[in-house]
Ligand binder design. Structure first.
Ligand SMILES: [Zn+2]
Length: 303
């Protein structure tokens, strides 16, 4: 897929999933925003997620997609794992720096009553637990960091992660709106960070802007694209857009990789399966695809 900077005036770009990266206040603020309805819809269809899990998984996937753009190298991967004592159990997503993400929930069909304000109760679905972030840079030992969950609402948990782990004051907003037919109506988010050396007046302005914000899904429902969101959140702070990157759900698993997993069973097991004319099935947790290897394919593996 094309990850070159694309022309934002192109109306199609405004409709499709994409991430924008920008800066404000003379580089004292860095900012990301995303719209990813299709990305979350694909996850919903692949895994049959309930509205509650679509929201939880969607929020974490979009955070991953934006965080992926914080890293420069093409083969760098960021993996976010949430482990909680709520009924969802856990969420895992992996994103690269091309706007691509894959992810799954331990218990995708979980349902809980709506909150009194009619919102999905993601915090109760996730429960108490931890958030871990692993950054894989090829050729180096993966960097890994873990924090306790603050609320299980994902956005607040990531805000806390950035404050504790990276010591960067950050505001993370991620939201998914699910339609009555369980399809994804809106999905989007933002990450706004105060870089080292920022001035107090920049903090004051940003806090004032953020205090007027209701929710990301309200902004999306008002018809805002990621650029509009950042111009709104960073109003009066000289927002400059640096990059627009398409976003999508992408797994990358295939029969070859599945074959490698089967080969790891060992020669004895493979010979036994071939003798009994058995086929092997490899299930991909990330995208829900089943890779079937017939006895002929198993024979190829032995060679
Ligand atoms: Zn897959």
């Amino acid at each position: 897929m094309n990850t070159d900077v694309i022309d934002f005036d192109d109306a199609r770009v405004r409709l499709n999933d994409h991430i924008v990266r920008g800066t404000a206040a003379d580089g004292m603020v860095r900012a990301f925003a995303i719209t990813a309805r299709n990305t979350v819809q694909v996850a919903h269809e692949n895994h049959g997620t309930s509205p509650l899990v679509s929201a939880a998984l969607g929020r974490l996937m979009m955070a991953g997609q934006m965080m992926g753009l914080m890293y420069k190298s093409d083969d760098e991967l960021v993996t976010l794992s949430v482990r909680g004592d709520g009924p969802i159990g856990g969420l895992t997503v992996t994103a690269n720096n091309k706007g691509q993400v894959k992810g799954f929930a331990n218990h995708p069909h979980v349902w809980l009553p709506l909150r009194p304000n009619e919102h999905l109760d993601v915090g109760s679905g996730v429960g108490a637990g931890s958030l871990s972030v692993v950054i894989d840079r090829p050729g180096t030992v993966p960097y890994s960091s873990q924090v306790e969950l603050v609320s299980g609402e994902i956005g607040e948990d990531l805000t806390y992660y950035f404050a504790v782990s990276d010591q960067i004051p950050t505001s993370v907003g991620v939201g998914v709106l699910v339609d009555t037919d369980t399809s994804i109506r809106q999905a989007g988010g933002f990450i706004v960070q105060l870089m080292p050396g920022h001035l107090d007046e920049v903090v004051d302005q940003l806090e004032a802007n953020l205090s007027g914000l209701t929710s990301v899904t309200d902004l999306l429902e008002a018809g805002m694209a990621p650029t509009d969101m950042l111009e709104h959140i960073l109003a009066g702070m000289d927002y400059q857009e640096l990059e627009v990157v398409p976003a999508e759900f992408y797994c990358g698993c295939d029969d070859v990789r599945a074959g490698r997993a089967v080969a790891a069973l060992g020669r004895e097991t493979l010979l036994d399966m071939i003798e009994h004319e058995e086929s092997a099935e490899v299930y991909c947790h990330f995208c829900g695809k089943r890779h079937c290897l017939e006895p002929d394919a198993l024979r190829d593996l032995l060679d």
